[in-house]
Design a protein around this ligand. Structure first.
Ligand code: ATP
Ligand code: MG
Length: 469
């Protein structure tokens, strides 16, 4: 079975003792592997710069540096998809160094004097591990390809529908409005539409319409001529012109001021823009993609958004559902972010333990995929080993403890004051009237609790129990 998965490895030996290196090389070449041997840590590090080997066998005690340097560098190779496995060789029964090496990501250790049988067994085990990782990686890549669009992951029906529409409209010049909560991937979708279409070699120019004051936004969009306003020392082209031939991405378009909306609509209808301070129209060939986390219909009702511009922008509307409504996408996304963060930070982790994933699945993710990505990155940084355990899950993701969710379900429809009164009363009772402790449990300040206590007339009871403290 083992032989069917493992195959010839590229092995690097780092060893000061040439005779010793030769013996290891002969044994492993006898097993069908390709072996290169270098002397000293410096040569070892240099050898890792090139095409990385599958396996590194390094002595821990080298004349010019510790073999730990080799372990760290090999396990932190970010460029290669396949991080080399490392086996360390320790002298004279000292295991402390070996323990440290394992912590840095070494797979096994061998003790000197080397036993040829143990060497062979250890390398066979490493070969199996390497073959397994390779297979996992291939499966992972297949999965990523099958369930993604231009690097956007999603295997739920909702996301597959988004991808279907994207592939239909990518090749067109249709204006697309992307809606969805913060962090759902709106900008990613806009970039993917650009990359998948015929304008991919021309610029993708983003502009955040919520971040700029009205006048600045106008001149950013359309450009201005010299002297158009105080501070306009030179003529300048706007983002519309910068995006000529390509795509203009109007982010947070729902926050655009009304007067700018009028100018934008005119530009979209005529295919021409006018730099601020002139009347001369200029033709632009731009595809517009817009995004907003707001509900555009209610913005229209409030009088904050032009209905006609709304129609013009949402020729095609792509709604990206919040992560909590497509939780089946979470495991794949989380594993993807683990690998990405591990590569970026050079951490030897590859996957999440089931208990850690379970905690992630139970959270509501108000910040959606961006929040998940940040949480996973912190987990990778805090992880103590592979797989990443539940102890690395950030505290805010964990359930707050206490009431199981079905109890909360049963509370639906009751007057808020009644529920709050009961909650404060019961908490105070459970902590023997200790208000500080009660406030902590309820997640409010001592002042707030004090206010609630007097509001609900609980002072007498709570006061009696708490008067000792
Ligand atoms: N389906 C996905 N697959 C992979 N990565 C994703 C996915 N969705 C979002 N991301 C990542 O999550 C982060 C947030 O995405 P993005 O900036 O596109 O969100 P947004 O909807 O524009 O958020 P905001 O409204 O806050 O601007 C990015 O790092 C993005 O790469
Ligand atoms: Mg965005």
């Amino acid at each position: 079975m083992a032989d069917s998965v493992s195959s010839a490895l590229q092995i690097l030996i780092v060893e000061d003792d040439r005779a010793h290196a030769r013996i290891i090389a002969e044994v492993l070449e006898g097993e069908g592997h390709r072996v290169a041997a270098v002397h000293g840590a410096r040569e070892g590090l240099a050898a890792l710069e090139g095409r990385p080997p599958d396996l590194v066998i390094t002595d821990l005690r080298l004349a010019d540096a510790s073999g730990l340097e080799i372990v760290r560098r090999a396990r932190a190779l970010r460029e290669s998809a396949a991080v080399p496995q490392v086996v360390v060789v320790t002298g004279y029964g000292t295991v402390e160094g070996a323990v440290e090496a394992m912590r840095c990501g070494a797979l096994h250790y061998l003790q000197k004097p080397l036993d040829v049988g143990i060497l062979r067994e250890t390398v066979r085990a490493a070969a199996d591990r390497i073959a397994l990782e390779r297979k996992n990686r291939e499966l992972q890549e297949t999965l990523d390809r099958a369930y993604s669009f231009q690097g956007i992951l999603g295997q739920t029906r909702a996301m597959q529908r988004v991808f279907d529409v994207m592939s239909q409209v990518a090749a067109t010049d249709a204006t697309v409005l992307i809606t969805g909560e913060s962090g759902t991937g709106k900008e990613l979708v806009a970039q993917a539409l650009h990359r998948a279409g015929p304008r991919r070699d021309a610029p993708f120019v983003p502009l955040n319409c919520a971040a700029l004051a009205e006048g600045v936004l106008e001149s950013e969009l359309f450009g201005h001529v010299r002297g158009a306003f105080t501070g306009a020392h030179a003529e300048r082209q706007g983002r519309f012109e910068a995006a000529h031939g390509g795509t203009l991405f109007l982010d947070e378009v729902g926050d655009m001021p009304l007067s700018t909306q009028a100018h934008l609509l005119r530009a979209l209808e005529s295919g021409e823009i006018v730099r601020v301070g002139t009347n001369t129209p200029r033709r632009v060939d731009v595809r517009v993609i817009a995004a907003t986390h707001r509900d555009l219909d209610s913005r229209v009702r409030e009088g904050a958004f032009r209905e006609d511009l709304g129609f013009r922008l949402r020729v095609v509307e792509l709604h990206i559902p919040p992560l909590r409504e497509r939780l089946a996408d979470l495991p794949h996304l989380a594993e993807h972010f683990v690998r990405e963060a591990a590569r970026r930070h050079g951490k030897p982790v590859r996957t999440l333990a089931p208990e850690a994933l379970e905690l992630l699945m139970a959270y509501r993710w108000p910040g959606n995929v961006r929040e998940l990505k940040n949480a996973v990155e912190s987990m990778v940084l805090l992880s103590r080993g592979d797989p990443i355990g539940p102890d690395a899950v950030p505290p805010y993701v964990r359930p707050a403890g206490g009431e199981p969710p079905d109890v909360l379900q049963a509370l639906s429809g009751l007057p808020l004051a009644q529920v709050e009164r009961a909650l404060v009363t019961n908490t105070l009772r459970d902590v023997g009237g200790n208000r500080e402790q009660a406030a902590r449990l309820l997640g409010v300040s001592a002042r707030t609790l004090y206010r609630k206590v007097s509001q609900y007339g609980l002072a007498r009871r709570a006061g009696r129990a708490g008067s000792a403290g």
